[in-house]
Each structure stands twice: as structure tokens, then as C-alpha cells.
Design a protein around this ligand. Structure first.
Ligand code: HEC
Ligand code: HEC
Ligand code: HEC
Ligand code: HEC
Ligand code: HEC
Length: 421
């Protein structure tokens, strides 16, 4: 053997060794979970080892679920260019980002604990093993059928997998779970109870296992800020005209069904009252990812001629530390009326706004006092006088933006309404 060949051989052996360590670490001898507060899931199945190594292998028998996951942002978590941006993780050179974007099985540390970083198959992002693997078995919430005994995935039932604590180690960084806990959706036993999975893993047609007993399965698409349909279920905008015949208090009651009275009654001649309400988001809107913003815009389209420019009325957002203009002006006085000047088509118009706290748990704990996100069930009311531009339509549009610098053209319109003048 000459030196060069020896070099290559040693190199190859070394590489093999490293590879073997990864395999051992990742795929064969996964330590049983620490369990901690969440208990230890069963490790039945005799000592039949789990021989499956990659999420791709699950596709053969769980094709519907595999395909849903494949198109989800869980699968995309490692290859997504967004977290890789230079100023963010610098192509994941910032190692702190890896435990959630390419995690090892959660049950190695126990549910509710921060996951560890994975060394193999990082391109699979948050993979099937992350949520399902426990030692030599995969865990599931359902009672299993006869086919389970011979399945290579060694399924066992452990209902804790369906709990919110599965999601929170990664998703509670910005208090999504905490905000959910304080909403009406989290009241166990109530007709309105909905957890993360009820909204993000909806029951979907078709079996989850080829030849499996059930005709439906829990969807694995984990739809959120990148999905128009779920965004359109997040909230509503509605509005009515205000005129001399309608006081503000009466208009509020008519529009929202809520009893709210201003300190001083007020009649506008050619006004509008608008409500933006978080009706379908089980936590703050927008949520989780700090970049998101939801903007309310207005424009007036006269019956004849061109529409006015479209201007922003308000923004719902958890601002970055240096974003002074988006800080919550209500601060610790949630029930005050704020009035600001708005420049709109060469007019200066005073726009007033007030928060209508949720009926349920209105004085809930607020984690980000600087934030203007809408809590679950909360409304924002706005009113102002519309300049006399003759007959026409006032158009109100609510936009969802993946980050605050996007234009309306690059945003998703999630709700809209019109008022005739
Ligand atoms: C060769 C077929 C096959 C492969 C490959 C396979 N499974 Fe399974 N799996 C099954 C069968 C059969 C069941 C039992 C279904 C039942 O009882 O209704 C099952 C059940 C499950 C369950 C519980 C389902 C339930 O109804 O609650 C989970 C979770 C699961 N598998 C995950 C995986 C994962 C993750 C992989 C890939 C690592 C995988 N499976 C690969 C055949 C397979
Ligand atoms: C504790 C777990 C955790 C850690 C650590 C983590 N992330 Fe994330 N990251 C998430 C979750 C969960 C989401 C999804 C949030 C959402 O979509 O609202 C996410 C989403 C993102 C997104 C948005 C992706 C998109 O397409 O909009 C970016 C960007 C991001 N993370 C960057 C980073 C960077 C950079 C780091 C390291 C400095 C990091 N993350 C560390 C959990 C984590
Ligand atoms: C190991 C960490 C981890 C766990 C556990 C986890 N997620 Fe995620 N989730 C992420 C990351 C990381 C992203 C964002 C990836 C990206 O876009 O780069 C994400 C994205 C999402 C998104 C947003 C998709 C989008 O379009 O932006 C939703 C919704 C979601 N997860 C729901 C859940 C739910 C529900 C659970 C519990 C059943 C859960 N996740 C468990 C890490 C995790
Ligand atoms: C973010 C966590 C997460 C990831 C990633 C994930 N699952 Fe699941 N999966 C769950 C949860 C939670 C349930 C149970 C929901 C319930 O029944 O309440 C579940 C249920 C299942 C079931 C039973 C479905 C049914 O309703 O019949 C199968 C099979 C399954 N998963 C397979 C997979 C496969 C295969 C992958 C990868 C392609 C995968 N899962 C990825 C969290 C996850
Ligand atoms: C009542 C339904 C509902 C419940 C319950 C719910 N969500 Fe959501 N979630 C939504 C809607 C609607 C959106 C889209 C609007 C938004 O991003 O705020 C969303 C968005 C998200 C996003 C994506 C945010 C982004 O930036 O892309 C994540 C992550 C998420 N939810 C996680 C969770 C977790 C974790 C739980 C449980 C603690 C949960 N959700 C409970 C309805 C719900």
C-alpha cells in the first residue's frame, strides 16, 4: 500500500466510523425517554428492534400522511431558505437553531422538554421520528387493530402523544401555548374546546394506514402562516355606516352585539365603525413567528372616477425591540379610546380606536405588553368621518404578511368588507 492509498483507506475507515456513530446515535439505540413529568411510554414488542431509519420508509404504508407531511413546513424546516438567511442563522452556522429545525426524537428528553439536535437526515426537518419515536417503538393516540402486531414500525398506544405538550417545546418560544391556555378553547369539557391538533391536524378523509381499520386520519399538513385557507379562518372584518341617526354606543351594539359605551356620546355625519375580530385563531393573531403582521387598509371608490390611495388604518403585530412605531399604544390601559391623525388622500382625519377585550377571561395575562396582536376572541373597533367624496364604496381589507416589510401585493388578503356611501 503506498502512502496515498493508505491515506484514502484510513480516511474511508474514519468516515465509516463517524457514520456508524451517527447511525448508532440516531437510529438504533435511541435511549428510552427520561419521561420526567410526562411518564414513560410503554416499550412492549418484546425486544423487536425498530429497523426503520428514515421518514421516507413510512410512505409505503402511510402514504396519505407522508404526502401531507412532505408538503408541510415541518418537512421544510431544514431546507427552508428563510431561517438560513445570513443575518438569521447564517446557513445554520448558528447551532442554537438546529434543535428545533432538525430535532432528534422528542421522547429522548421527554415531552415538554427542549429537543436535541440531530446529526443525520437533517433535510427531513421535523420528521416522523421527532414526534412518534420512543426507543424501539412508535407511539400513537389510537387503539390499534390486528395489523399492528406485524407492522415494522412497532406501534403502541400512548395517548400522551395527542397532548399540547408535544407542540410546546418548539412552539411556545413566543407563548403560543400560554396564550391558548388562557382562551376559551382551552376549557376542558366545554363545547368550544379545541386544542392545537383540532385546528392544525384536522380529521381528514381516507385511512392513515394502507388497509387500516379507520376511514379517516389526522391530517399532517400543519397549516399555518403559509396557507390561505387557514388564514382566511383566522379573523373577520365588518363595518357599518355611522350617521346622525345612530349613536356610537347603538352602532357598537348593532355591529358587535356587545355593550360598550364611550365616555362622551358622539354622532358622526358620514362616519364608519369597523370591527376587526380574532374569531378563528386559538391564540394571538398573528402568532408564533415574530416576523408576522396583520394590517387593516382602507380606500374609497367613488361611483365615478378613480379610487383613492389605499392607506393603513392599523397593524396587529408583536414588534421587534427597535420597532418604535409599532408599539402598543394602549399599554396597560386596555379600555381607553385612542385618537390619531391619519393622512388620507390629502385629508387629515382623526381615527379613534378602542379594544373590546374577549368575553372570556378578559383580564388574561399578557406576555408582550408592547404587542398589538389580537388575543383569541378580542376585537378592535375603529371609527372616523369619511370625507365627502360623494357616492361610492368604502373598501376595508385585512392583509396577512409573512414579514412586516411586505407590500399588500405580496400579502394574503384574509378578510374584507365594503360599506356603501
Ligand atoms: C410495511 C408497512 C408499514 C410501514 C413501512 C410503517 N408502518 Fe406504521 N403502521 C403499519 C400498520 C399495519 C399499522 C397498524 C394500523 C392499525 O392498527 O390500524 C401501523 C401503525 C402506525 C401508527 C399508529 C397508527 C394509528 O392508527 O394510530 C403510527 C404512528 C405509525 N404506524 C408510524 C409509522 C412511521 C413513523 C413509520 C416510518 C418510520 C411507519 N409507521 C412505517 C404499517 C407500517
Ligand atoms: C425552540 C425551537 C426553535 C429554535 C431554537 C429555533 N426555531 Fe425557528 N422556528 C421554530 C418554530 C416552531 C417555527 C415556526 C413558527 C411559525 O411558523 O410561526 C420557526 C420558524 C422560523 C422561521 C420562519 C420560517 C418561514 O418560512 O417563515 C425562521 C426564519 C426561523 N424559525 C429562524 C430561526 C433561527 C435563525 C433560529 C436560530 C437563531 C431558530 N429559528 C431557532 C422553532 C425554533
Ligand atoms: C421539534 C420542534 C417542533 C415540534 C415538536 C412541533 N413543531 Fe411545528 N414547527 C416547527 C418548526 C421548526 C416549524 C417551521 C419550519 C420552517 O418554516 O422553517 C414549524 C411550523 C409549524 C406550523 C406553521 C407552518 C407554516 O406554514 O408556517 C404549524 C401550524 C405547526 N408547526 C404546528 C405544530 C403543531 C400543532 C405541533 C404539535 C402537534 C407541532 N407543530 C410540533 C417545529 C416543531
Ligand atoms: C409534529 C409532530 C408530528 C409529526 C412530524 C408526525 N406526526 Fe404523526 N401524529 C402526530 C400526532 C399528534 C398524532 C395523533 C393525533 C391524534 O390522534 O390525536 C399523529 C398520528 C399519526 C398516525 C395515526 C393517524 C390517524 O389518525 O389514524 C399515523 C399513522 C402517523 N401519525 C404517522 C406519521 C408519519 C408516517 C409521519 C411522517 C411522515 C408523521 N406521523 C409525522 C404528530 C406528528
Ligand atoms: C381554534 C383554532 C386554533 C387553535 C386551537 C390553535 N391554532 Fe394555531 N392557528 C390557527 C389559525 C387560524 C392560524 C393562522 C393565523 C395566525 O397565524 O395567527 C394559526 C397559526 C398557527 C401557527 C403559524 C403561525 C405562523 O407564523 O406561520 C402556529 C405555529 C400555530 N398556529 C401553532 C398552534 C399551537 C402550538 C396551538 C396549540 C397550543 C395552536 N396553534 C392552537 C388556529 C388555531
Amino acid at each position: 500500500m503506498n502512502t496515498a492509498t493508505r491515506f484514502i483507506a484510513v480516511g474511508a475507515l474514519l468516515a465509516l466510523g463517524v457514520w456508524a456513530i451517527f447511525i448508532v446515535n440516531e437510529d438504533v439505540s435511541v435511549a428510552p425517554p427520561v419521561g420526567k413529568r410526562w411518564g414513560t411510554p410503554p416499550q412492549v414488542k418484546g425486544d423487536k428492534p425498530l429497523l426503520l431509519k428514515s421518514s421516507k420508509q413510512c410512505a409505503e404504508c402511510h402514504p396519505a400522511i407522508y404526502n401531507e407531511w412532505k408538503s408541510s413546513h415541518h418537512e421544510f424546516a431544514w431546507l427552508n431558505p428563510e431561517p438560513r438567511r445570513k443575518e438569521l442563522s447564517n446557513n445554520f452556522r448558528n447551532k442554537d437553531c438546529i434543535p428545533c429545525h432538525a430535532p432528534r426524537p422528542l421522547l429522548e428528553v421527554g415531552f415538554g422538554e427542549r429537543p436535541l439536535e440531530r446529526e443525520t437526515r437533517r433535510e427531513d426537518g421535523v420528521n416522523c421520528f421527532t414526534c412518534h419515536r420512543s426507543g424501539q417503538v412508535v407511539i400513537a393516540a389510537n387503539d390499534l387493530g390486528p395489523g399492528a402486531a406485524n407492522a415494522p414500525c412497532n406501534p403502541v398506544t400512548w395517548k400522551a402523544i395527542a397532548e399540547v405538550k408535544l407542540c410546546s417545546p418548539c412552539h411556545d418560544q413566543h407563548k403560543v401555548e400560554q396564550d391558548w391556555q388562557r382562551s376559551r378553547y382551552a376549557v376542558k369539557g366545554s363545547a368550544e374546546y379545541k386544542d392545537c391538533n383540532d385546528c392544525h391536524m384536522p380529521v381528514t378523509g381516507g385511512p392513515g394506514t394502507v388497509g387500516g381499520a379507520r376511514r379517516t386520519h389526522r391530517g399532517h399538513g400543519f397549516k399555518g402562516g403559509h396557507d390561505e385557507a387557514i388564514l382566511r379562518s383566522a379573523g373577520i372584518v365588518r363595518a357599518i355606516r355611522l350617521d346622525n341617526a345612530l349613536t356610537l354606543a347603538a352602532a357598537v351594539e348593532k355591529l358587535t352585539g356587545r355593550d360598550w359605551r364611550p365616555a362622551k356620546e358622539l354622532n358622526l355625519e358620514r362616519g364608519v365603525l369597523i370591527e376587526v375580530k380574532n374569531t378563528g385563531t386559538g391564540h394571538n393573531l398573528p402568532s408564533d413567528e415574530r416576523h408576522r403582521a396583520v394590517d387593516l387598509y382602507v380606500r374609497f371608490k367613488p361611483s365615478i372616477g378613480k379610487a383613492t390611495e389605499e392607506v393603513r388604518l392599523t397593524r396587529f403585530r408583536n414588534p421587534y425591540r427597535d420597532e418604535y412605531e409599532n408599539r402598543n399604544p394602549f399599554k396597560d390601559k386596555p379600555d381607553i379610546v385612542l385618537t390619531n391623525q391619519m393622512s388620507w388622500a390629502e385629508s387629515e382625519i382623526p381615527v379613534s380606536q378602542v379594544r373590546l377585550l374577549p368575553d372570556f377571561n378578559p383580564n388574561r395575562k399578557v406576555y408582550y405588553p408592547e404587542s398589538t396582536q389580537l388575543h383569541a376572541g378580542e376585537s378592535r373597533l375603529l371609527w372616523f368621518e369619511v370625507p365627502d367624496w360623494g357616492r361610492g364604496t368604502l373598501e376595508l381589507r385585512l392583509f396577512y404578511k409573512l414579514q412586516p416589510f411586505l407590500s399588500n401585493e405580496d400579502a394574503v388578503q384574509i378578510a374584507e368588507t365594503r360599506v356603501a356611501f
